[in-house]
Design a protein around this ligand. Structure first.
Ligand code: SAM
Length: 264
């Protein structure tokens, strides 16, 4: 069973056992966990996960892969395969229908839509215990970056305001068939509890963050002109001559609160 990988579905099948083992042990599924895998493909992660979790659900878009995967999984445990675009899956409803308090989501993601998948999952973070994703290393570096880093940007701020982000390990191209052109990395995301989430509307945060990073080299007084005036920036205890890449996620929240207040 070895389907020809489809580029249009972002298919790079993981075959190196040591990386498969490392991912499964990073997830550490427990019997009774509600594990949901995005893009099971030929089952490189699904089958070892199923061996421990006994029951799990996988969301796969490519019909051609489903019968063989189902047949192999049936020998191990109970695998429910949902044939759908993961961006259309309502995880909140899925959790309610399964009677699961929290979902544990995992996947070696199709890189062509990895950011939309991340943000889609975050829309359902209230029902998610944790997420373990394989992504392009460059994306994981941006997700986990600290202020001051060259790669700290909009993705770092928006994710870190919603989750604890932990970059776990790098996986080289040779671990996949066919090998992707870039290094990959595995990241763990743990959604923050409701009381730690910003209370200001996410749209206000996104607006300010987008504007601030729109021109990275310019000062905040320049990039936020028309959104938060210089006085508003100073009120937040921030130097208007500072640049976006030096601000912590919490400082962006303060700016977004000022922006939302000024708009009334
Ligand atoms: N998990 C397998 C592995 O590690 O070998 C396959 C990983 S491959 C990088 C990505 C998988 O996501 C493929 O099986 C692909 O068909 C599936 N996929 C692509 N787009 C998808 C989508 N929108 N929704 C669900 N699955 C998708």
């Amino acid at each position: 069973m070895s389907a020809r990988p489809k580029k249009s579905f972002g298919q790079h099948f993981l075959h190196e056992k040591r990386y498969i083992d490392s991912i499964v042990s990073a997830i550490s599924p427990r019997d009774g966990d509600t594990v949901i895998e995005i893009g099971p493909g030929e089952g490189a992660l699904t089958l070892p996960l199923l061996t421990v979790a006994r029951r799990m659900t996988a969301v796969e878009l490519d019909t051609d892969l489903i019968p063989a995967l189902q047949a192999r999984a049936d020998k191990i445990g109970e695998l429910h395969i949902v044939h759908q675009d993961v961006l259309k899956v309502d995880f909140t409803r899925m959790a309610a229908e399964m009677g699961a308090p929290r979902l544990r989501i995992a996947g070696n993601l199709p890189y062509y839509i990895s950011s939309p998948i991340l943000f889609h999952c975050l829309d359902h973070s209230g029902v998610i215990e944790d997420m373990h994703f394989m992504l392009q290393k460059e994306v994981v570096d941006r997700m986990a970056a600290d202020p001051g880093s060259k790669v700290y940007g909009r993705l770092s701020v928006m994710l870190q305001l919603a989750c604890r982000v932990e970059s776990l390990f790098v996986v080289p191209p040779g671990a996949f068939r066919p090998p992707p052109k870039v290094d990959s990395a595995v990241v763990r995301l743990v959604p923050l509890p409701a009381e730690k989430l910003p209370t200001v509307a996410p749209q206000a945060i996104d607006r300010v963050v987008k504007a601030a990073f729109g021109m990275r080299r310019k000062t905040l007084s320049n990039t936020l002109k028309g959104l938060v005036g210089e006085a508003g920036i100073i009120d937040c205890g921030i130097d208007p001559r500072a640049r976006a890449e030096t601000l912590s996620p919490a400082q962006f929240v303060a700016l977004a609160e000022t922006y939302a207040r000024q708009r009334g």
